[in-house]
Write a protein that binds this ligand. Structure first.
Ligand code: MG
Length: 386
């Protein structure tokens, strides 16, 4: 019997690559969820003969229902429809590739269902890392990271015991503005930013990769996934994106995972674990690669990295504040309202103005912190324009 899987966020960049892995592996796809892309949702629902498809946008779900009237596929609607689909699905593994805070409720629902969570939605851990990991532990649910760095760390941790880990080395491509100074970065435009060297991704995450805010999120993700304090996470710039991250053990051995940059690699690992299967991903040719380079990050030009450590030290809802303020600031940058270096500045100022976030812990409080942070970030941005 082939394994049954479900993909949430199926029409996005990670989602379509997950579909590719399912196509190649012969797994059975039982359920897909997406936001509003009716055409793709219809195409994939038919191609994989899924049992359930959900769209977050209710108007789009209505259109999709009409289009699929000739099939016995059940169409679910709205954010509640997405979580209902999780309950109805028979999948053993769920890929959660929904972007943004909308991915949190599905993450929690998958955990309650005690299915394997293949997690690509960073916000689940950035916003609610404590809640997500403690509930997963209580219910014995496996969280398999679908993020190249965290997958590499997960794999590298198989080489020793948790007590033998000295630190993890989180690699970063450095983004399109590697080696630029803080002064040079202030003149960077949205067009400059939307050209990212290695990975093909959506706009928000492309900007986050350029500011290294994406790496900041990954520091927080790693801390929660692997139960590490911020001192045990080191970021190293690695331009070639071949060493996807590594673990340094107490004997100073460094164990890392190397492969060509291809998201399908960590999606497949998450779905197949604990097995490894042949893949369509290109093999890594070390000789033609020739060499790899490593640099220390410039935290003055890219202050987002320090913000991640600050958030981890503060705890509580600080991650929710970081995420919300960044979302508002990135939208303002893309809309031409603020400059590139104002993104991290806005996030930092929002954290400054919400010190009580560290004492907010429940799910309701996290949503409250998110809402307040958006208001404050917007007020900061509007203040700067006047
Ligand atoms: Mg990554």
């Amino acid at each position: 019997m082939p394994k049954t899987v479900a993909i949430l966020g199926a029409t996005g960049s990670v989602g379509t690559q997950a579909l590719d892995v399912v196509r190649a592996s012969g797994y059975k796809l039982d359920y897909i969820a997406a936001g509003s892309d009716v055409d793709s949702a219809e195409r994939y629902a038919r191609e994989f003969s899924v049992r359930f498809v959900a769209l977050a946008d209710e108007g789009c779900a209505k259109v999709l229902k009409e289009r699929l009237a000739d099939t016995d596929i059940t169409v679910l609607s709205g954010e509640d429809g997405i979580t209902e689909g999780i309950r109805l699905s028979e999948a053993e593994s769920f890929v959660n590739a929904i972007t943004g805070m909308a991915g949190l409720a599905p993450t929690l629902e998958i955990i309650e269902k005690k299915a394997r969570l293949c997690l690509a939605n960073k916000e689940s851990l950035v916003i609610a890392g404590d809640i997500v990991t403690s509930r997963a532990r209580e219910l014995g649910v496996e969280i398999l990271p679908v993020d190249s760095e965290h997958s590499a760390i997960y794999q590298s941790l198989k080489a020793g015991k948790p007590t033998e880990v000295k630190k993890i080395i989180l690699t970063a491509s450095g983004g399109p503005f590697f080696s630029k100074t803080a002064a040079e970065l202030s003149g960077v435009t949205p067009e400059d930013t939307l050209r990212h060297p290695t990975w093909k991704m959506g706009k928000k995450i492309t900007v986050d990769s350029a500011t290294l805010m994406n790496k900041a999120f990954e520091i927080i993700e790693a801390a929660h996934l692997f139960g590490l304090t911020e001192e045990k996470i080191e970021v190293v710039i690695h331009r070639e994106s071949i060493l996807h991250s590594a673990v340094e053990y107490v004997d100073n051995s460094i164990i890392g995972e190397l492969s060509v940059p291809d998201m399908r690699s960590c999606i497949q690992y998450a779905l197949d674990y604990p097995e490894r299967k042949a893949a369509k991903i290109k093999p890594l040719d070390l000789v033609s690669l020739g060499k790899m380079s490593f640099f220390a990050p410039d935290t003055e030009a890219f202050p987002a990295l320090n913000l991640a450590k600050r958030v981890l030290r503060a705890g509580g809802a600080s991650g929710a504040v970081l995420n919300a303020a960044d979302e508002v600031a990135v939208a303002a940058f893309l809309g031409g309202k603020i400059g590139f270096t104002d993104i991290a500045r806005t996030v930092e100022a929002t954290l400054d103005r919400l010190p009580e976030a560290k004492n907010m812990h429940t799910k309701e409080e996290l949503y409250e912190a998110d809402r307040k942070a958006r208001e404050i970030a917007l007020a900061i941005i509007q203040g700067e324009q006047n």
